[in-house]
Ligand binder design. Sequence first.
Ligand SMILES: Cc1cc2nc3c(=O)[nH]c(=O)nc-3n(C[C@H](O)[C@H](O)[C@H](O)COP(=O)(O)OP(=O)(O)OC[C@H]3O[C@@H](n4cnc5c(N)ncnc54)[C@H](O)[C@@H]3O)c2cc1C
Ligand code: FES
Length: 260
Amino acid sequence: MSKKVKESCSIVSQECIATDIYSMWLKTENIAQEAAPGQFVSLYTRDGSKLLPRPISLCEIDKEKGMLRLVYRVTGKGTGTEEFSRLHARVPVETLGPLGNGFPLDEVKGKRVFLMGGGIGIPPMLETAKQLDADKTMILGYRDELFLNTEFEAYGKVYLATEDGSAGTKGNVMDAIRENGLEADAIFACGPTPMLRAIKAYALEKGIPCWISMEERMACGVGACLGCVCQSKDVDEHSKVHNKRVCKDGPVFLSTEVEL
Ligand SMILES: Cc1cc2nc3c(=O)[nH]c(=O)nc-3n(C[C@H](O)[C@H](O)[C@H](O)COP(=O)(O)OP(=O)(O)OC[C@H]3O[C@@H](n4cnc5c(N)ncnc54)[C@H](O)[C@@H]3O)c2cc1C
Ligand code: FES
């Protein structure tokens, strides 16, 4: 397991890439070197009334330059993510990471793998696409406006689904699989719970393994508060109940291990 540290990272660049969606590169001392696809960092705000850090997945990892890319959605006025979106280059941001387990790349090496992302679940699939040595098919679901989609094209065929039908299949990622007759031996996915539920059911029906990244609400981010538990099939070692801590045991789980 990677070693997590709290660092004061410096913003290298920040740009708005779609409505309310921002892309930020952070220079780190150690976090990028330790990081793996599917892990996340927790960013602290400067607002003393907001004590809890905000978990954001790693969209890209540049170990050589010691940099991390985060792509995040501003959730509303006065929120922590709105504060991050206003920060300029060279501003320091308190960052804890890398956190969580990440996707098990070796388990699916050489296989036909669907990398599925929905909305703000799309960013962690980019570094996963980069590092995964497999026959990859990307299936990305959006409400309407696209972001990051062209950056996936270097790693395999990309299929899009939009709710309004403005690009790719009209509907969701499952509709895109059906419309294009796509097949795989395994799935990695990240996105909203209804999407993950549909993907879990599809994987069960096809008898293929599926790992999902759950972006539950979080508090401490390091396994101490149980603020992020999800229902699990097995009894958790730590809490002795049918719970898993998304921040510590996840955020990536085998879909059959968790209730959605
Ligand atoms: C493992 C993980 C990875 C994530 N990766 C991304 C990402 O790559 N890009 C992205 O845009 N969003 C991501 N999220 C969701 C992101 O953490 C929330 O949108 C963000 O914390 C909201 O903070 P806020 O200050 O905007 O909102 P506020 O409403 O001010 O937040 C209040 C509190 O609730 C928590 N909270 C609110 N919504 C969520 C949520 N959906 N998940 C977790 N905590 C929440 C905040 O951390 C904070 O402690 C991820 C969440 C998790 C758990
Ligand atoms: S957020 Fe505290 S245990 Fe997961």
